[in-house]
Ligand binder design. Structure first.
Ligand code: Q0Z
Length: 287
């Protein structure tokens, strides 16, 4: 199998290779970041959980929006995808008031130009999911942008199309996940265009790395819920008094095993696939 593949990009925890002129290989590592720093300790199988979940959602949402997935590789951590012309915006959908959305709301009563009812508590579910686009920052944090700026970047009609697709995808996935014990508080999609100019969902989708996953049984408005996947890592890092600059701390074995278990606990109820079964036959999540 090892075919010539040119490395074309690195994310914090993923790598991108070109297979040929119109195919890319997206590889998810087991690296984990917290407070925007990649830690020196890996979480075994994290890349496989995220790749399997993403592939699962691509299979389930193909009638909501076309996507870039061509095939899931036997290693379970890499996917072959169609090479697209990527749109220069991050398509964030928020169903709950968390992170920068909560901060904006406390200051202005609105989130990225969406006026909201007064008196909402931190983590409250919004009356309707809202679309809050951002620009892709090459360094540091993505920057929220208003509709006018987003329309300048992708065009007015395309913006309407990605907003509808993003909200439809979020509604589908968040309802599905909520019935299985997971709140998807918000999520970030990336889209591209194929040679015919059709909108295609790309990148990873609806994973705990691109979304806030909360355990539904711990969810309540008025507090910041625990993170489904990274809470042990955050708590451990906070206990060290680490200043959150490079380099990050090594993780002890119990934090690693607890965190790996959390990823598997997100994967199994969502996909209805036993994770060991996924490891022996990744395509099970596409069926
Ligand atoms: C995704 C990224 C990663 C670094 C480009 N289907 C596609 N067509 C064209 N470009 C992309 C995709 Cl997914 C594309 N990224 C994000 C992913 C490492 C950067 F794994 N950049």
């Amino acid at each position: 199998m090892p075919e010539a593949a040119l490395h074309v990009g690195s994310g914090k925890v993923r790598e991108l290779y070109a297979l040929d002129a119109d195919r890319l290989l997206l590889v998810a590592s087991d690296r984990i970041s917290t407070f925007d720093v990649v830690l020196p300790t890996e979480i075994p199988d994290k890349g496989r959980v995220l790749t399997g979940l993403s592939a699962f959602w691509f299979a389930r949402t193909r009638n909501v929006c076309a996507n870039h997935l061509v095939s899931l590789r036997p290693d379970g951590r890499s996917t072959e995808c169609r090479r697209l012309e990527m749109l220069p915006i991050e398509c964030v959908v928020r169903g709950y008031l968390a992170g920068s959305g909560w901060k904006d709301y406390t200051k202005t009563g609105a989130v990225c130009g969406h006026a909201l009812p007064p008196g909402l508590l931190e983590s409250a579910q919004l009356p309707e999911p809202i679309f809050t686009p951002a620009t892709k920052a090459t360094t540091g944090h993505d920057e929220n942008i208003d509709r006018a700026r987003a329309a300048e970047l992708v065009g007015r009609d395309r913006l309407e199309e990605v907003e509808r697709a993003s909200i439809d995808l979020y509604r589908f996935a968040s309802e599905y996940a909520r019935e299985r014990g997971i709140v998807i508080a918000d999520t970030k999609f990336e889209f591209g265009l194929d040679d015919e100019g059709r909108l295609v969902l790309a990148d990873e989708a609806l994973t705990p790395d691109s979304s806030r996953f909360w355990p539904a049984d711990e969810y309540g408005a008025g507090a910041a819920p625990t993170s489904f996947d990274k809470q042990f890592v955050r708590d451990y890092c906070e206990s060290l008094g680490w200043d959150k600059t490079e380099p990050g701390p090594e993780l002890p074995d119990d934090v690693v095993s607890g965190t790996r278990a959390r990823y598997v606990e997100a994967f199994e109820p969502l996909t209805a696939v036993n994770f060991d079964h996924y490891l022996s036959d990744p395509e099970v999540v596409l069926r």
